[in-house]
Design a protein around this ligand. Sequence first.
Ligand SMILES: N=CN[C@@H](CCC(=O)O)C(=O)O
Ligand SMILES: [Mn+2]
Ligand SMILES: [Mn+2]
Length: 317
Amino acid sequence: MKNYTPPVKSSWKGRDSDRVLYLHEKVDCQIITHLPKHTTGFALLGYACDIGVKRNQGRIGAKNGSAEIRKALGKMPNHLEAHQKITDVGDIHCQSQDLEETQKALSDAVTTLLDKNLFPLLMGGGHDMAYAHYNGIKNHLLSKGKRPSIGIINFDAHFDLREDTQGANSGTPFYQISNENEPFHYLCLGIRKDANDRKLFETAHELDVTYVERNTFRIQFAKEINTWIRAFMDKVDHIYVSVDLDGFSSAYAPGVSAPSPMGFSPDIVSQSLDTIIASGKLISMDIAEMNPVYDVDGQTAKLAASLMHQIVHSEFS
Ligand SMILES: N=CN[C@@H](CCC(=O)O)C(=O)O
Ligand SMILES: [Mn+2]
Ligand SMILES: [Mn+2]
């Protein structure tokens, strides 16, 4: 398989127990092409690529994000029952700076995981992974003869609605999706006015994007935010969630390409995820832009791992 790095059990380390008390003891490693035809649980897939960040004039390093998230997640406690599975299926990596080829490989891998009845949990990597991720979900639904009615909920400081006329990058994924999908359902939570120019706001309005600015995306407004999330989810059959770590305040997430000193805090994201999970519509999720080069004491990787810990231990697992 092109652009594919199989998983290695040695990536999963932590305290040892005789009762699978820790996630490193719980996670199975499996090559994608060797997965059984029909299985259950979560599939962890890395996007080891930061070419899109480089193309977007950002600080590179996110290609090593998935490795750091694995390290943080493996040390965390396991509260799952024996029948609840987590499988690490490895990474999609970039070869010869070819972003489009890497995105195609990620998209195909996501389709394969969904076809096998797994819930994909992707760890990145530049946010260009979102374009590939969406297409992987769409192709899975199309192959099942289902109408691809997918709503995107993106936790992010940025719209990522830059035009891709000069090629795709980490700032273009949702513009690319909007170009190829009508209707386009996009909810963006945490938008910063000091991080998106006027053209991006105009594009968001033209595309009828629903967004909540960072000043409002706070736990004090949880009731209203839940109402808006539910209203958005009512319009679609499936929800794809993307969490861009650069939306968090850099006090929580310094390890990103474009840090947000005035970003949101983890409580409101965690609470919003519970609301999304309760809908029963969540089909796939990613956490993007983990850049270990700028992380401090592994905080950002730990934050990403905590969100994944919440997802795998939530009601729908
Ligand atoms: N992934 C998105 N990146 C942001 C980068 C912003 C910045 O360079 O500060 C964007 O393109 O808008
Ligand atoms: Mn962002
Ligand atoms: Mn983004």
